[in-house]
Each structure stands twice: as structure tokens, then as C-alpha cells.
Ligand binder design. Structure first.
Ligand code: DAH
Length: 360
């Protein structure tokens, strides 16, 4: 049957030439589909006499099987090629470094607060909190600043309005974080070791002052705590915060109503070439105040000064942030300028910790 050979050759060529699975399916339909050429020949077998039908049927089946096998093989080949193509175009190098996408930005003040918390947590200090709207008792009296004390005027306090006829002294916006000392002591008693970072308010506004700013208070009370412990803690803090091997700390005699003795804290530094370097040079950088907690303060907070003593300190957080991250103007901290924030801010998922590095 010459016709069959031609038929076979035609379809095998078509199978080989089918460029994709759609083209191949068309070939299959044309040959083996219900209305296909081979199927039509099969249908024609019925009209033959039995002997001829047997021979023709067998030959036709062979051709049909061959075309079918070729179709299957080609189909598998096309599927492999399609997969290869997909693998080639969708290839992804998983060893490439990730592309960081910024998810918000952490304000330098928040960053520094987290850094301070990590540093002091490492020295056993827990975080304490207090309200920003305070009574004058917590903000002043309990800290040994009675009503007639000149320190009250120096604090440029914001007073909260009271309803007409209400004779009680007005609430204040806390002028420092020191009232948290009182609250923590009254709440937890002694011994205690806490820090209290937070917002404070004073009526003041220029290049280095804003009406709201941030402080961190430290308080450690126990039976044998001395000024030497205080100095060590401040030194360790300064080294960790400025990420330098050593910082020389100077205590300059001072006065605060809530500490006795009191000192101002200076760090040795150099400003050579307009750049601040901690731990070297002939300049001193004022960082905050500190001292041994006054017995009256302990008593006001319900702690017996005959059995307990300890130190307190207060540092300006905004100032620390400006120094560490080279930010020249304090007012920009609170202007909510996104460009400024993107420039000076920190990645949201990089929480500062001591083992990982504070300010990667
Ligand atoms: N509260 C003081 C201020 O705002 C800072 C301060 C000084 C806090 C000495 C202290 C301290 O705890 O011991 O000016």
C-alpha cells in the first residue's frame, strides 16, 4: 500500500515540524482525530471483503501506531523544551544579596533612646515611666524644690489651666524626667535600678532649645552605692554610646536640690577640624547632671535614707543624638521634614543591641 507510506511520511514530517503543542494538536486531529485521515481510512475498512480488510487493517494499524508514537514523542519533547525555556527565563540567583526596602524611618531621637535602653539594660537598669502631665509635687516638691525655690523659676514651666474656682495647684508639663525617680521609688521601693527616657517641656526656643525635648533619668538605690559607682556607670555608658574604647569623664561640682553632692558631667573631647572626637583633646563636653540622691528625696518617696542611698543622673537625649550623628540644628528634630528624616533616620528593623552593634 503505497498510499499508506505517503500518508505516514506526510504525518511524520508534520509531527517533526510542529513548532509547539498547539500545532502538534492540529496534526493529531488531522491524522487521528474523529474526522482525521487515518480514522477515515479505518472507517472505509468496513466496506472491504474480509481478507482484504484483514491485511489493510493490520497495515493501517501499524501506520496509526507509528504516527501516534511520533506524536507522543514530539509532545514530550516540546514539553521539555517549554520547561527548559521557562527555567531559563525565570532563573533567579538566590545567592545574590537582598535588596533592602525601607519600611518607614526611625527618628534619631528614637534610635538614641533604643541605644540608651540597650546600654543601661546591659548594666541592670530597667525602664521606668511617668506621665508628661505631672503634679507640681512630683515635678518639684518631692525633689526638694519647694514653692519659693529659685529653681522653679529657672525651669520655665508650662502650667496646665484649671477650671475657675479650682484652688488646687495647677498640673505642669514635666520640666525634667526626675519626677520618674519619685514614682519608681514609690511604686517599687528600694533597692532599685531604673532609667527613664522621655519627653520634657520648658518655655524656651532658639537654635539649641525647643519647648519639648528629651531627657534620660538614671536612678540606682541600694545599701552601699557610692559616687564611685556613679562615675563607673557614666564612663561605661559613654564608651558604649559613642562606640569608642575609652572616654575620660570629669565631675564638676555643681548644685541640684535633689542631689548632695551634685556634679555636672563632662566628657573629654576634641573639636579639631570642626569634628567632635570623644576621649581625646583639650575640650570638655557638658553631658548632664548627677549626684547622690538627697535624703529628703528618698524620704519623700517613702525610702528610709538611714538604710538606703544611691545616685541619680539626668542627660539630654537630643544633645546626645546631635553629637553622635553630627546633626547641627536641634529645631530640625521636630519639623517633621521627611527629607531630613530619610537623611538622618535609621532602618526600622535594625534594633540597636550591644552584641549586634548599636548604630550599624
Ligand atoms: N533634672 C535635671 C535637669 O533637668 C537634671 C539632673 C541633674 C537630673 C542631676 C538628675 C541629677 O537626676 O542627679 O536639669
Amino acid at each position: 500500500m503505497d498510499g499508506l507510506d505517503t500518508l505516514k511520511a506526510k504525518y511524520l514530517t508534520a509531527v517533526a515540524g510542529a513548532a509547539d503543542e498547539t500545532a502538534l494538536e492540529e496534526v493529531r486531529l488531522a491524522a487521528l482525530g474523529k474526522k482525521g485521515e487515518v480514522s477515515a481510512l479505518m472507517a472505509g475498512l468496513g466496506k472491504m471483503d474480509p481478507d482484504a480488510r484483514k491485511a489493510a487493517g493490520a497495515a493501517l494499524n501499524v501506520v496509526k501506531d507509528e504516527i501516534d508514537a511520533a506524536l507522543r514523542a514530539r509532545k514530550a519533547g516540546l514539553a521539555d523544551a517549554a520547561l527548559d525555556e521557562r527555567l531559563r527565563t525565570e532563573w533567579l540567583d538566590v545567592t545574590l544579596p537582598g535588596r533592602p526596602r525601607r519600611m518607614g524611618t526611625i527618628h534619631p531621637v528614637s534610635q538614641v533612646m533604643e541605644e540608651l535602653t540597650a546600654i543601661f539594660a546591659d548594666m541592670g537598669f530597667a525602664v521606668a515611666e511617668g506621665p508628661q502631665v505631672e503634679t507640681d509635687w512630683y515635678n518639684f516638691d518631692a525633689l526638694n524644690i519647694p514653692p519659693e525655690h529659685p529653681a522653679r523659676q529657672e525651669h520655665d514651666t508650662f502650667f496646665m489651666h484649671r477650671a475657675d474656682g479650682d484652688e488646687r495647684p495647677p498640673h505642669v508639663l514635666r520640666t525634667h524626667t526626675s519626677p520618674v525617680q519619685i514614682r519608681a521609688l514609690m511604686d517599687k521601693g528600694a533597692p532599685i535600678r531604673v532609667i527613664a527616657p522621655g519627653r520634657v517641656y520648658r518655655m524656651d526656643m532658639d537654635q539649641t532649645h525647643t519647648p519639648m525635648f528629651h531627657q534620660i533619668e538614671g536612678l540606682a538605690i541600694d545599701r552601699n552605692i557610692s559616687m564611685a559607682n556613679l562615675k563607673w556607670v557614666i564612663e561605661e555608658f559613654a564608651k558604649a554610646f559613642f562606640e569608642v574604647p575609652s572616654v575620660e569623664v570629669r565631675f564638676r561640682a555643681s548644685h541640684f536640690p535633689f542631689t548632695e553632692p551634685s556634679a555636672e558631667i563632662d566628657f573629654r573631647c576634641s573639636w579639631e577640624g570642626g569634628q567632635l572626637r570623644l576621649g581625646e583633646g583639650d575640650s570638655w563636653l557638658e553631658a548632664g547632671g548627677c549626684g547622690m540622691v538627697h535624703p529628703k528625696v528618698l524620704r519623700a518617696a517613702g525610702v528610709d535614707p538611714d538604710h538606703f542611698q544611691g545616685f541619680a543622673f539626668g542627660l539630654g537625649i537630643d544633645r546626645l543624638a546631635m553629637l553622635k550623628y553630627g546633626i547641627p540644628d536641634l529645631r530640625a528634630f521636630f519639623e517633621s521634614d521627611l527629607r531630613w528624616l530619610r537623611h538622618y533616620g535609621f532602618a526600622a528593623l535594625d534594633m540597636p543591641n550591644l552584641p549586634g552593634g548599636l548604630s550599624r
